[in-house]
Design a binder for this molecule. Structure first.
Ligand code: BES
Ligand code: MN
Ligand code: ZN
Length: 511
């Protein structure tokens, strides 16, 4: 069977995002049976009804249907996310698609809404593209792609198929803009799919195997350290957290070198939390809190999917990706509250809660990166704390950074990607809470939990410019919401790529 870009090791064939075709068509001349998405904009003031976007009048004439009347009948307002389906004889239909204020992010949400309405159709013509500048067109394509997301492990195949082809009503010369957006959307799709994969398949070795396939396909170097190498190498955090599991830990290392790399080309290390399932360990989680913990490797998924897309977005700097993969399980060989761990590089931690495992595996990877790779900057991504969810709610990720330029770059990339972050302080006032009576620090220092977790990690960064993304708040969603589909979100890959595609991502960051 043919392997597609969205297939995963050991799972039945997965659906793929739609193909994108660019064509300046006349809405009035579309073939009978066509599915066409037409923009609807709110009227200038509240007393007006909504108005039709480009091609609306022509289409009304050609169909002999007063589409404004259709809108009025459905009480459509033109708000973003609104899709009014008007079926036509012969199998065709018009998707009257609210575009709200027509900001780039509105195009993203409108694209996702169209993708949902167009499932199981072979083709959709998207008139909204005619209204979009390049930023909006990219957002539209991201929405059309990610709104099509499906994951399945069913004997009979996926229950719904993404629309096969999207015809964007715009100049074919814009194909490179669309291709770039589709690449970044695929990275979001892949990290979401990895995070959705059940943990009876997704163990650390499986994650490494998937990484090997993507590395080969995208020309990355890869090295995987197994549990023996990790023990010999002094990775005490990964060993402790992973030692109860029947599937031992791995450290996955991917290397991207840009085609024109010189000796002084800047070097970034991305580190991902790869807990393939978080039971909490002996400090076991209550059943309800454990249900979503297959996605506790979201940070690792983000790093893998981002690395695999760097060449396609022409990333100009060297990037190393590290995924600290382990299952936090319960067994006779579990690590215990009270244990003291020696991390890579020698720093020690007293474990007071085995459910604060993410920081233990990240500590090894950060210390390894700082000591052995000596990068110009370090960025980690992790579903690290429930406290970040309490602080920020479920739509915004937490960002911590030691450098203001780095923080600004990443925050702005998040805005562009529609993956929003809010910066929290590395407040040294709470540093003393990390103290342990017998070790260098305590792994569960108490509140404020997102901040003390970040402060714990900072000790392993050797003073390098560092950003930490606590994506626990945005790890999943209980309902379809814009480009998010019910379940894990894969949050972070798109924002990293919107940053790393820039001409000089580390410009102005002291090294
Ligand atoms: N994986 C969890 C964090 C998490 C919680 C992510 C909810 C997404 C949703 C992490 O390993 C964890 O359990 N953290 C503990 C730390 C505490 C024991 C210090 C937490 O946040 O409760
Ligand atoms: Mn935990
Ligand atoms: Zn965890």
């Amino acid at each position: 069977m043919k392997v597609s870009a969205t297939d995963l090791v050991g799972l039945p064939g997965q659906v793929t995002p739609p193909a994108f075709v660019l064509e300046e068509y006349a809405a009035g001349q579309l073939p009978a049976g066509a599915l066409v998405a037409l923009a609807v904009l709110p009227g200038e003031d509240v007393t007006d009804g909504p108005v039709l976007g480009p091609g609306g009048a022509e289409l009304s004439d050609a169909l002999g249907v007063d589409l404004l009347e259709v809108l009025a009948l459905h009480r459509a307002t033109g708000a973003v996310g609104e899709v009014t389906l008007h079926a036509l004889p012969g199998g065709g239909a018009v998707l009257l698609t609210g575009l709200g204020e027509a900001r780039a992010r509105d195009f993203r949400d409108a694209g996702a809404a169209i993708a949902r309405a167009a499932k199981d159709r072979s083709r959709v013509h998207v008139g909204l593209a005619a209204l979009a500048d390049d930023t909006a067109l990219r957002a539209l394509v991201e929405g059309l792609s990610l709104g099509s997301f499906e994951f399945h492990w069913r004997s009979g195949g996926a229950t719904a198929q993404p629309v096969g082809e999207v015809v964007l009503a715009t100049d074919p010369g814009r194909q490179p803009v669309v291709d770039r957006a589709a690449t970044i959307a695929l990275a979001g799709w892949r990290s979401r799919a990895l995070a959705t994969t059940p943990s009876n398949l997704k163990n650390p070795a499986w994650l490494a195997r998937q990484a090997e396939l993507w590395a080969r396909e995208s020309g990355l170097e890869i090295e995987v350290l197994d549990e023996v190498q990790l023990r010999d190498g002094g990775f005490g955090g990964l060993i402790a957290v992973g030692q109860a599991s029947a599937t031992p830990p791995r450290l996955i290392r991917l290397t991207y070198t840009p085609p024109k790399a010189k000796r002084r080309t800047p070097h970034l290390v991305l580190v991902g939390k790869g807990i393939t399932f978080d039971s909490g360990g002996l400090s076991i989680k209550p059943a309800e809190s454990m249900v979503t913990m297959k996605r506790d490797m979201t940070g690792g998924a983000v790093v893998l999917a981002t690395m695999a897309a760097l060449a396609a977005v022409d990333c100009p700097i060297r990037v190393t990706g590290l995924v600290a993969a382990a299952e936090n399980a319960v067994s006779g060989s579990s690590y215990r509250p009270g244990d003291v761990i020696t991390h890579y590089g020698g720093r020690t931690t007293e474990v007071t809660n085995t459910d604060a495992e993410g920081r233990l595996v990240l500590a090894d990877a950060l210390a390894y990166a700082a000591a052995e790779l000596k990068p110009d900057a370090l960025v980690d991504v992790a579903t690290l704390t429930g406290a970040a969810k309490v602080a920020l709610g479920l739509k915004t990720g937490a960002l911590f950074a030691t450098d203001d330029v780095l923080a600004t770059r990443i925050t702005e990339a998040g805005e562009t990607a529609g993956e929003r972050l809010w910066r929290l302080p590395l407040a040294d006032a709470y540093e003393e809470r990390l103290s342990s009576k017998i070790a260098d620090s305590d792994n569960a220092a108490g509140g404020p939990g997102a901040i003390t977790a970040a402060l714990f990690l900072q000790h392993f960064t050797d003073g390098l410019p560092w950003a930490h993304l606590d994506v626990a708040p945005v790890g999943d969603t209980t309902a379809d919401d814009g480009v998010w589909t019910t379940g894990p979100s894969g949050f972070g890959a798109r924002l990293l790529l919107h940053w790393l595609e820039q001409a000089d991502p580390l410009e102005g960051i002291p090294s």
